[in-house]
Every structure is written in structure tokens, then in C-alpha cells.
Design a protein around this ligand. Structure first.
Ligand code: G3H
Length: 489
């Protein structure tokens, strides 16, 4: 077991003497399913939370701190130093990620490499942004020197499904723009940060990044209640985002950068290339067991191709390989949230009670914290799986005869992140696309929904997001335009 009793507050790597929280792996090491103890992390409390807060506030010091006033080129030197050390920790981080959240070895490596690339790209984008946004505008005898500056102290919380990439997609742009950050990792995917603690401590001035271990419900309230947080940056669920905002005594001054739930639909038109549609829908719905906010969470299939689509889709799902994440070709792995299989079973039972059937042979078969994906059809609007974001291995398939029916349903959904549209006839597709882009933020033609490449804007309408992430947009989301105006005299 990996005892992470070192923690980072105010630039110091300290040794924790208090109670530790044990972290168990999602992967069973025995045939009789005994969760594997992976290690432990400090079970921090209010005292450490307030210490981290004080350190972040001092480092920002109302905009006068060393970090927010540091020259752009010097901030880049710190970021490059961090990146250099981080790259040496690849295999340590990857192995911990694989064991902690059950992501396949291949995907864990991809996540690490994607994060490294994200940091490189952010550094380049930051140089560009500095050149573009530092400019002079003259109007009516007044010169304005416009720049971009930090917002202040950020509380940053990441998700378990991308414990490195998505938290860094918040943390890195926030930091490089001159903000200071208190970072609370997700419950699963916390040990993998351990190899990077030194990198943070050695690359940035004290207090620029503070890391809080412990339970969110213990360490977050004192930080938010203080009223000293300027930005809440979270990728996760709306319930947590609302609870955190409610703890802030003056919500009006709180900036939000939120990546929340989605129920991305695929629409398969009668003339779609079914080979493409089926493969993209299988990957789109079930990569990392469907635990992606961008996953396809409902598939609308035209009545005329319903039978063929469901038959071939179900067969393809049954071919997906389940196993331990280090095995070659494994697509389905045990779930890190131990309540999740029971939740998925509830959704399946509810749908069956209301008239759905499981269409694939292996659908719903469960062993401890693994459940084989179930393909469900027909789907009606009274079913829980129609409304709830399953974030796991169950795929509801609903049929339609007119595309207007689907547009109405997407328009009535509380989410608005992305859509996948499968079809060939451009005359049919283009009015649909025009409609869909006003209901969601990204329409994927003949391909699955996804966040990347990371230079593309990543956002959503309605309950799906607040602000925009991406290499380009996140720097803007974590900053504000400021200027000095002077009269031409
Ligand atoms: O969980 C939500 C992630 O943003 C999904 O990212 O599309 O790269 O898998 P991805």
C-alpha cells in the first residue's frame, strides 16, 4: 500500500501525523472479490482547509502578490519547470490511475499524454493571448491600454473519470493566468497526484497551488463560507456545484467555471451508414464504461432501420472485452463507484417494468462492481433511464418517425452539451444541423460526441455547463479584461 502522508500547503511538503483515509482499488486482486487496499491519504479537516485558504489568499494578496504580478515570461518558466518534472512521473501516475479508477492502461497513458500536450498548448496559447490582448486602442482622444488579468483565488474540484486531465484543464489555465488555486481532488483518483506533489512544490512560489485531501463536505464549506473565494471551478455534478455556491456568503461575486451533466443523444437517420453509426455509437456510449459526461446516453433510431440497428448494435456490445485494465484490448472494466452497479440495475428494472427489454445477451449481468452494458428498447418518456444521466453502462434506444419529434425532446431536455447525427443526405442534414446547434453546443456529424481535441471549445447550454473550457477558452474563462485609460494631452 502506498502511504501518502506527505501533503502540500503553502509550498511546503509536510508530513501528516493525523488520521488517514484508506483508498481501495476498483480492481479485485482475488477471485473472491476482496477490494485491494491501494494506500491512504490524509483525512484533513477544517484547520487545514483554512490554512490552505490563508496561504492562497496571501499568495494572491488582493492582486499584489508575487504570482499575479509576475511577468508573463517568468510564469511560463514556472509552468515549464512543472511540466519537465511531471513528464518524468508518467508511469507512476498512470499505474496509480489504472488501479484507482479502473481505466485501461492504454487509456490511462493516453490521459497522461493528453494532459502533457494540454499544458504545452496552454503555454503557447498564453504567449499568444498576452501578445493579442495587450494592446492600445485610441478613441475620442482617449488611449486605452487593454490587458488581461487574473480573477483571484480559485477553488478547483475535479472529477474521478478524468482525475488528471480534467482537473488540470481547470488548474493549469487558472494558475498560468495569475490566479492562486486551492485544489480538492476527487474521492477516486487522489493517490495519483502523489508523484506530482514535489513538482508543484518545486515549480511555483508558495501558496500558488494548495492541495486539500479529505472529504469534500468537511474541507470545502470552511473555504466557501469565508467569502474569500473568487472563482468556483468544478467538473462534476450540479448538485455539488449548487451546494458549494450556496455556501458562499456573496454569490454575486463568485465567478463560475462549471462542467456538469449531459445526456447527449445520437440521432440515426434512415440513410445513415450503419457500420459507421454502430461503431461510433458503441464507442460513444461505452468508452470507459459510459463514465464520461460526453458519452452518448440515448440513441434515437429511425423506425425504418430500428430492427437492423438494434440487432447489430447489441451484437457489437456483446463483443466488447471485459477484464482487468492492464489486459490488451479490454474495453469494459470494474466500476470505481461501488454504488454504481446497483444504480444501473435499478434503471434497468424500472425500464423493464415499464415495457423495455434487454436486447443483448450479456446485458445487465453483474459480478460485484462490474455490470455488463445493457441495451434497452423500446424506451418511453416515463422511464428513469430516459431522464437520468446514467453515467454508466446502459444504453437506451428510442425510435422516431419524424425528426421533429427528436428535436422537441432535445429542446425539452434540461441538458444541452452535444449531439451526434448520423446520415448522408445533405438536404436533410443541413436544416437539422441549423436547429441542433441552437439546442446544444457541438454537433458531431457521423461521429461520436467527445470533448477533444482540446483546442476545440468545450461547453454546454442549460444545466450542462457554465463558461467554456479548451486550451483557447479556459485562459479567458479564468481572467478578466482590464485597462488603463489616459487622455491624449
Ligand atoms: O466526462 C466528461 C469528459 O469531459 C469527457 O471527455 O470526451 O474526452 O472523453 P472525453
Amino acid at each position: 500500500p502506498f502511504n501518502q502522508n506527505t501533503y502540500l500547503i503553502n509550498g511546503e511538503l509536510r508530513t501528516w501525523e493525523g488520521k488517514m483515509t484508506e483508498i481501495y482499488s476498483t480492481i479485485s486482486a482475488t477471485e473472491n472479490y476482496q477490494p485491494t487496499l491501494l494506500g491512504s491519504v490524509p483525512d484533513m479537516g477544517e484547520k487545514e482547509a483554512l490554512e490552505a485558504l490563508q496561504s492562497s489568499c496571501e499568495a494572491y494578496n488582493k492582486g499584489k502578490g508575487l504570482w499575479p504580478t509576475m511577468k508573463v515570461k517568468d510564469r511560463i518558466v514556472c509552468m515549464e519547470k512543472f511540466l519537465k518534472i511531471m513528464k518524468t512521473k508518467r508511469e507512476e501516475v498512470v499505474k496509480l490511475m489504472m488501479w484507482e479508477i479502473g481505466k485501461s492502461l492504454e487509456d490511462s497513458r493516453k490521459e497522461f499524454d493528453r494532459t502533457v500536450e494540454y499544458i504545452y498548448d496552454t503555454i503557447e496559447e498564453y504567449k499568444q493571448l498576452d501578445r493579442d490582448s495587450s494592446r492600445f486602442v485610441k478613441r475620442d482622444g482617449v488611449y486605452a491600454h487593454i490587458r488581461r488579468g487574473p480573477l483571484g483565488v480559485v477553488l478547483c474540484l475535479g472529477p474521478y473519470n478524468y482525475p488528471l486531465n480534467e482537473t488540470f484543464a481547470l488548474l493549469i489555465p487558472a494558475v498560468i493566468m495569475g490566479n492562486t488555486v486551492i485544489f480538492k481532488p476527487a474521492k477516486h483518483g487522489v493517490l495519483l497526484l502523489s508523484p506530482l506533489l514535489e513538482a508543484f512544490a518545486h515549480s511555483f512560489p508558495n501558496g500558488v497551488v494548495n492541495i486539500l485531501y479529505g472529504r469534500g463536505r468537511t474541507v470545502a464549506p470552511p473555504v466557501m463560507n469565508s467569502g474569500r473565494i473568487d472563482v468556483l471551478a468544478l467538473i462534476g455534478n450540479s448538485k455539488s456545484a449548487i451546494a458549494l455556491q450556496d455556501q458562499h456568503p456573496n454569490k454575486n461575486r463568485l465567478r463560475l467555471v462549471l462542467g456538469l451533466e449531459a445526456k447527449n443523444p445520437a440521432i440515426v437517420l434512415p440513410d445513415a451508414d450503419l457500420d459507421v453509426a454502430i461503431e461510433e455509437c458503441v464507442q460513444g456510449a461505452l468508452s470507459f464504461n459510459g463514465q464520461r459526461c460526453t458519452a452518448l446516453k440515448i440513441i434515437y433510431v429511425h423506425k425504418s432501420i430500428e430492427k437492423e440497428f438494434i440487432k447489430r448494435f447489441s451484437k457489437r456490445v456483446d463483443e466488447l472485452k471485459f477484464g482487468n485494465p492492464w489486459e490488451d484490448g479490454v474495453k469494459l472494466t470494474p466500476l470505481p463507484e461501488k454504488e454504481k452497479p446497483a444504480y444501473i440495475q435499478e434503471l434497468i428494472q424500472d425500464a423493464i417494468k415499464k415495457g423495455a427489454e434487454i436486447k443483448n445477451e450479456k446485458g445487465g449481468i453483474r459480478t460485484e462492481n462490474f455490470i455488463f452494458p445493457a441495451v434497452l428498447s423500446p424506451i418511453t418518456t416515463d422511464m428513469r433511464v430516459y431522464h437520468e444521466e446514467q453515467f454508466g453502462p446502459v444504453v437506451p434506444i428510442k425510435t422516431f418517425t419524424q425528426t421533429d419529434e427528436v428535436i422537441d425532446e432535445i429542446s425539452n431536455s434540461k441538458y444541452g452539451q452535444q449531439v451526434s447525427l448520423f446520415g448522408k443526405d445533405v438536404y436533410e442534414l443541413s436544416p437539422l444541423i441549423d436547429n441542433l446547434v441552437n439546442l446544444v453546443c457541438r454537433v458531431n456529424l457521423n461521429s461520436l460526441c467527445q470533448r477533444g481535441p482540446d483546442v476545440f471549445p468545450f461547453t454546454g447550454r442549460k444545466d450542462s455547463a457554465v463558461s467554456t473550457l479548451s486550451v483557447h477558452d479556459a485562459l479567458r474563462s479564468f481572467s478578466i479584461r482590464t485597462f488603463v485609460a489616459s487622455k491624449d494631452n
